[in-house]
Design a protein around this ligand. Structure first.
Ligand SMILES: C[S@@+](CC[C@H](N)C(=O)[O-])C[C@H]1O[C@@H](n2cnc3c(N)ncnc32)[C@H](O)[C@@H]1O
Length: 323
C-alpha cells in the first residue's frame, strides 16, 4: 500500500514530485504519435508535460480538484499555450467538460502528490504538525478532524479497517472515540501519536509509521476516493476514441481492485483471472493491453520510494458499450 510516509529530506518549498511509471505510461499512451490526451490527475504536471512534450501537435486537457494544482498548471499554460487546458474540478465531472470519443489517451495517477503531502496546511502528514484536514479539495466536504470527532463507529471502522487495512482497527477506533472532545484529534501529530499507541507503538522491524494505514484510510474516506474512481472509470472509457488507451496508476489494493474489475468487464472477461480464456465477444468493448498489473522497476523504487506500491493497468478501447 502507498504509505504517504516518505522520508522528508527537504523543506516544503523545495518539494518536487517525480512522476511514477512515466516511461511505462508513455509507452502505452504513445503520445509520440500525436493526438488529444487527458490527464485526470494533474498534480505537479509531470505526466502532462511528458505527453505534451512528446509531439508538438499534441493537445491535453488536465483536471485536478486541489486548488493549488491550478497554480502549478500556470507554468504549463505558459509553456504550451492553447495546447494545454486545465479544469479545476473533480475528475468525476469529466463528462461535463469533455465529449464522448474525444481523447486518444487518458491517464489517471491516483492518490496524492508530494506537494500535497508536504504542505503542512493540508494536514495529510503526521510528520508535520498542523490541523488534520486531508481534503483534496478544501473548498468542500468535511475535514478529517471533523470526521474523527463526529463519524459513526461504522464509518470509522470502514475507514480504519477497510480502507486503511489496519489489522488492529478495533483498538484504533476505540482510541479515536475515547479521545473525542480532548483536542487530540484536531492535529496531525497528536492524532498520529494516539493511533501509534493504540496499535502498540513503532516496532523496530516495521517499515512504515504505525499511523500510516489509519491516516490513509481516513483520507480515502473523507474524500470519497473509491466512489469517485468507480464513477469516473466508465466516463473515462466513453471519453476515449476507439483505439484509445486508458492508463490508471493506483497505490491501494481497493483502488486497484476497482480498476481491475472495470477493465476486465470492458474486455468481456470474467472478474477473476482464473477464467481469463473465456472472452465474450458480445460484451467486449476493449482489450487489456497487459492482463496483469505493471509494477515499477527496482531502480525506480530506489530512485523514488513513493513509487513502491504503484501499479499500472491499461485498457485499449474498441467501442462504446451500449447504454
Ligand atoms: C499522484 S498525484 C498526480 C501526480 C501527477 N501525475 C504528476 O506527475 O505530477 C494525484 C493528483 O490527483 C488529484 N486527485 C485525486 N482525486 C481527484 C479527483 N477526484 N478529481 C481530481 N483530481 C484528483 C490530487 O489532488 C493529486 O494532485
Amino acid at each position: 500500500m502507498y504509505c504517504g510516509a516518505v522520508e522528508f529530506v527537504c523543506s516544503p518549498s523545495a518539494v518536487s514530485h517525480i512522476p511514477v511509471l512515466l516511461e511505462e505510461c508513455m509507452g502505452f499512451l504513445d503520445p509520440d504519435q500525436g493526438g488529444h490526451f487527458a490527464d485526470l490527475t494533474f498534480g505537479g504536471g509531470g505526466h502532462s508535460r511528458a505527453m505534451l512534450g512528446a509531439n508538438p501537435e499534441n493537445t491535453l486537457m488536465a483536471m485536478d480538484c486541489d486548488p493549488d494544482a491550478t497554480d502549478r498548471s500556470l507554468s504549463l499554460s505558459e509553456e504550451f499555450g492553447q495546447r494545454f487546458r486545465f479544469e479545476d474540478r473533480s475528475f468525476s465531472e469529466l463528462d461535463q467538460v469533455s465529449s464522448e470519443e474525444e481523447f486518444q489517451g487518458i491517464l489517471m495517477d491516483l492518490g496524492i502528490s508530494s506537494f500535497q503531502l508536504m504542505e503542512p496546511t493540508k494536514g495529510f502528514s503526521f510528520r508535520l504538525d498542523a490541523p488534520i484536514d486531508m481534503r483534496l479539495n478544501p473548498r468542500e466536504g468535511q475535514s478529517a478532524a471533523d470526521f474523527l470527532e463526529t463519524a459513526s463507529r461504522e464509518s470509522l471502522v470502514r475507514a480504519v479497517r477497510e480502507y486503511g487495512e489496519e489489522r488492529r482497527w478495533n483498538r484504533v477506533v476505540n482510541a479515536i472515540i475515547n479521545a473525542r472532545g480532548t483536542g487530540v484529534l484536531g492535529r496531525t501529530m497528536s492524532a498520529a501519536e494516539l493511533v501509534a499507541s493504540a496499535v502498540g507503538g513503532h516496532r523496530s522491524r516495521q517499515r512504515i509509521h504505525p499511523a500510516t494505514r489509519t491516516f490513509q484510510g481516513i483520507r480515502i474516506a473523507i474524500n470519497g476516493e473509491l466512489e469517485a474512481l468507480a464513477l469516473t472509470l466508465p466516463k473515462a472509457f466513453r471519453g476515449l476514441k476507439p483505439g484509445g488507451v486508458l492508463a490508471v496508476i493506483s497505490f491501494h489494493s481497493l483502488e486497484d481492485r476497482i480498476v481491475k474489475r472495470f477493465m476486465r468487464k470492458m474486455a468481456g472477461r470474467p472478474e477473476h483471472r482464473g477464467d481469463s480464456r473465456l472472452i465474450d465477444e458480445r460484451t467486449s468493448y476493449g482489450e487489456l493491453i497487459k492482463s496483469k498489473a505493471i509494477f515499477p522497476t527496482k531502480e525506480e523504487v530506489e530512485a523514488n520510494p513513493r513509487s513502491r506500491s504503484a501499479r499500472l493497468r491499461v485498457l485499449r478501447k474498441i467501442r462504446n458499450p451500449q447504454l
